[in-house]
Design a protein around this ligand. Structure first.
Ligand code: T46
Length: 135
């Protein structure tokens, strides 16, 4: 599966590190929404859905977590464990987030405003949606 990850280059100096991200330059969409996930309890699995249109960049800016990706045919697991690593998740991709370290902060840059109708929260429905798009 073709998983797109980014290695962001920090502006480091003797004060520490700073990562700056610009839409269309460092990732391929404009940001309409930002959210972050933290204080995730041990053993919790989040996500369990796909999006019809939404594109996102996930960055674990503190701690670590794993992302399970499923395009309807293949699956892949991605470890996010540094604030310079970004994961691009396009539409039509089932995702689950798990193995959060207690200190994990997962930052998400999203291409659209929140819209519940964009979610596919049932896995069988997701498989049918993918099959229908592929004709
Ligand atoms: C995704 C993964 C990576 C809002 O009101 N506005 C928002 O922008 C978001 C993202 C969520 N919410 C509300 C909806 C639910 O009542 O926050 C609650 C938790 O959302 P959800 O159960 O969808 O959270 P996750 O962690 O399962 O999924 C989230 C995003 O929803 C999703 O788009 O790709 O993170």
């Amino acid at each position: 599966m073709d998983v797109k990850t980014y290695s962001f280059v920090p502006h480091g100096d003797d004060r520490g590190q700073l990562v700056a991200l610009e839409e269309y330059k460092d990732f391929p969409f404009a940001v309409k929404r930002v959210y972050y996930i933290y204080d995730t309890l041990e053993g919790v699995v989040r996500g369990h859905h796909a999006h019809k249109c939404l594109k996102q960049i996930l960055i674990c800016v503190h701690g670590s977590c794993k992302i399970h990706l499923d395009n309807g045919h293949e699956t892949e697991e991605v470890l996010l464990d540094k604030p310079t690593k970004g994961l691009y998740i396009e539409n039509d991709m089932w995702r689950e987030m798990y193995d959060f370290s207690p200190d994990a902060v997962l930052l998400v840059l999203a291409s659209e405003l929140y819209d519940e109708s964009d979610y596919i929260r049932d896995y069988d429905e997701f498989k049918k949606f993918i099959a229908s798009k592929e004709g």
